[in-house]
Design a protein around this ligand. Structure first.
Ligand SMILES: [Zn+2]
Length: 493
């Protein structure tokens, strides 16, 4: 192996040092770099392209379901933030403040938005006159800042992160619930149909919901290292924000009523989950749905075959491009095929086409799947359909592996020893009856830093919150008191 290819390759192992491995994949696959200020990252073109793929999918679904995009200022006056007390208390330790503009001290401090309810809600109040203005559905794509003093982990933990935040107002609680489930369903869909990651749906326990919310619903994804990622959240805010910001409307009977509001968000943490879930010790692995390059063609020639091989390769590239695939023909002279294979593997190109003189003579192409190196030889005439099928197969492989990981890693436990032992040994989710007392979560958290990440819900998707199903066995898995709820414990990102 030359020095050059060693530098190119991943040196850490996913199974032994997942943290170091992840950081190396992010940098070497050209997704992001660390900024000069701790806690911030620079998103590079290939990383941003992945974020755009998520944006494109979600933004289209939002618009099909009545959402309009808007943009609000990144600063929120302190007096606005203070109008909803739960928001202030919930975010206070993490808010970054602007106190000076130019050389002058500001009369009122400005918060760099940690989330935008407090600046959007007062305008929704202005814009809502009658029931005919509702539901009002606004969304913005932006970044927010939460000044956490933790180690930087690109896309998982950064002080500033990209996200979308949706904010809606409704005439009835039922309408607000429909909204909450619509958005949670779209988040589930983006994970399962775009990112090839199955998720669990449920709600956060009372003590861990969004500040000011009635209910916080969540989609959770299990990473191969056994930790859970909160994939996206959708909150029913009840009337707390509408009351704090006077979002009222004249109902059909002309009576003044208070609206119900929701908010919902998905951040670039989804990119972290994507990278962590599928990638391996050779580098990045991407589902074809989001890969900036879906197919790379690597021609393999000698001096006397170069012209034929290149011409044949160009023909295939043109056909695939015409069919709408994102194709790259890697005809660089200065690199040998082995180097090219490694580089495209590192960058996560899902499908490689190898074309040498034999393929030209036989009118074929050799196809290699990135995730497992499975090879197939396909006819030149059928290449467009074949590529389409192989890309679909690659997506299914990635999804199936992630699904298997999830299915194998939900375990039941009925005592603190069993909960601790199971998470300690296997990671994953531990499902247990729970009495509802936060102290029981605390007891587990203190010992192994696992918490209740989710509670399953019955009847979800309707016009209510649904209910947490009753456990088969009575008795809280931690304290033994009567328990009528189920909780999923896990370590989390
Ligand atoms: Zn308990």
């Amino acid at each position: 192996m030359s020095d050059e290819s060693q530098e190119l390759g991943i040196t850490e192992s996913k199974s032994h040092k997942p943290g170091e491995w992840y950081a190396e994949v992010v940098q070497k696959a050209g997704l992001a770099d660390y900024a000069p200020m701790g806690g911030f990252i620079v998103t590079k073109p290939r990383g941003y392209a992945l974020w755009e793929a998520i944006q494109d999918a979600l933004d289209g679904w939002f618009k099909e379901t009545g959402v309009d995009n808007v943009y609000f200022p990144m600063f929120i006056p302190e007096s606005f933030l203070e109008r909803e007390k739960d928001i202030v208390e919930g975010f206070d330790p993490e808010v970054a403040w602007v106190t000076q503009g130019g050389h002058d001290e500001l009369e009122e401090r400005l918060a760099v938005r940690p989330t935008s309810e407090s600046i959007i809600a007062p305008f929704m109040a202005d814009w809502t006159r009658s029931h005919r203005d509702l539901p009002m559905r606004l969304n913005q794509w932006c970044s927010v800042v939460r000044w956490e003093a933790t180690e930087t982990k690109p896309f998982f933990r950064t002080k500033e992160f990209m996200w979308q935040e949706g904010h809606t107002a409704h005439a009835t609680n039922e309408s607000a619930w429909e909204e909450v489930w619509t958005r949670l369903g779209q988040y589930e869909k983006v994970y399962e149909e775009v990112l090839a990651i199955p998720v669990l749906r449920g709600k956060k326990p009372e003590h861990d919901k969004f500040p000011g919310a009635d209910t916080t619903t969540t989609v959770e994804a299990l990473m191969p290292d056994g930790k859970s990622v909160q994939g996206a959240t959708s909150h029913n805010l009840g009337q707390s924000f509408a009351e704090a910001f006077d979002i009222t409307f004249a109902d059909e009977d002309e009576n003044e009523k208070t609206a119900y509001t929701t908010s919902w968000g998905l951040s670039w943490r989804a990119l972290g989950a994507l990278i962590m879930t599928h990638s391996d010790d050779q580098g990045l692995v991407l589902p074809p749905t989001v890969a900036p390059t879906q197919v790379v063609i690597v021609p393999i020639w000698q001096e006397d075959t170069k012209e034929d091989v290149l011409e044949y390769s160009e023909g295939i590239a043109a056909d695939l491009e015409d069919a709408g695939f994102r194709v790259e023909l890697d005809d660089r002279d200065e690199r040998n095929p082995g180097f090219k294979f490694n580089e495209h593997e590192l960058n996560g190109v899902p499908l490689r086409l190898e074309i040498g003189p034999y393929e030209v003579d036989d009118e074929e192409a050799t196809l290699v799947h990135r995730p497992d190196n499975e090879e197939a030889v396909e006819d030149r005439d059928e290449i467009v359909d074949a590529v389409d099928e192989h890309l679909a197969e690659i997506y299914d492989k990635l999804y199936d592996a992630a699904e298997e990981n999830l299915e194998e890693n939900v375990r039941e436990a009925h005592s603190p020893e069993e909960i601790l032992g199971t998470i300690g040994k296997h990671g994953g989710y531990v499902k247990t009856p729970w009495c509802g007392d936060e102290a029981c979560e605390e007891a587990i958290k203190e010992k192994i830093a696992a918490e209740i990440v989710m509670q399953p819900l019955t009847d979800e998707g309707g016009t209510t919150a649904g209910e947490v199903p009753e456990p088969d066995v009575d008795g809280c898995g931690v304290c033994g008191d009567p328990a009528d709820e189920i909780a999923y414990f896990a370590k989390s990102y």
